[in-house]
Design a protein around this ligand. Sequence first.
Ligand code: FDA
Length: 318
Amino acid sequence: MLRSVLLNLSTAKWSRRFVTESRVARRVASRFVAGETFPEAIRPIRDLNARRIAATVDHLGESVATNEDAVRATEEYLGLLEAISQADVWANVSLKLSQLGQQLSRELCALNLKKILDRARQQGIFVRMDMEDSPWVDPTLELYEQMRTLGYDNVGVVIQAYLYRSQQDVEELLSKLARIRLCKGAYKEPAEIAFPNKRDVDKNYLALARRLLDASREARLPADLGRCIPPLAAIATHDERIIRAVAQYAREHDIARDQFEFQMLYGIRRDLQESLAAEGYAVRVYVPYGTEWYPYFMRRLAERPANLWFFISNFIRR
Ligand code: FDA
């Protein structure tokens, strides 16, 4: 119920204005967002790298309203790729197609994505296409396929375990040796297309994670934890029970530690990020930066009621 309300608010203009103008909200959001500009985000990235943790950098923004905004976001990503290269940090990038104009024009979005993939290829950087809400799953997978057909292999996708369709999508993607990030799913979806109970989502997540690990072992794709070629399987969750079950499965099935990576979000379960890296697992942290942090922040609140109470108590204290 609370999750639903917060996810509805994440797209409401009045609430965006109210929250983004609040100094308290900005302070609470800074727990999840590394800064407003890339130079601000670079320090947290270096801190992660120093602890043997790689990053995937996201320039925040989604559902742009005009073609000009989509082109501006594309240019921001081109600059980001350049900056990552120059800073020589252990990082690749993540992006949302709705930021590149997917909801305005498929052609414009494809053109913008190609520009980014070209530059990323020159710099030896991998690009992960985040997955957004369900109407955009097919268009996103189609664009991914189009890019692979055009010969780009520095690109990967995301699968959401809460969708009933995901098992089939995983099989289709694995037949093309797609590099997949598996997450639970962060949007509000109806019961006709997504498991309404968390327990079922978790069960599906673990089953899909094991499938990805098996596929990764069979494919033996070259992996390099740094910028380009991440392993085929990226296990993106903070759910310690699932993480431990995945690690155990890998041990029992001789799946080498360079055949998969764990991924988590900036500011969430730092203790777990560090302990997994210290145990020798490949760990990558999703590091968002930018001024358009509102919808991202609201999804983080929706995931954990304690975050909302923390926000409210800070608000009241002021
Ligand atoms: P779950 O929600 O069960 O949480 C497990 C535990 O993790 C909690 O008990 C708590 O300790 C901690 N935790 C989880 N969320 C927290 C929060 N917000 N604040 C504090 N603690 C928290 N989704 C999507 O739809 N498309 C995408 O492209 C991506 N991309 C993505 C990349 C990466 C690297 C990650 C880690 C996640 C995503 N997600 C995503 C988000 C994902 O779908 C999901 O909403 C969150 O990861 C929360 O789910 P968990 O798997 O962590 O489990």
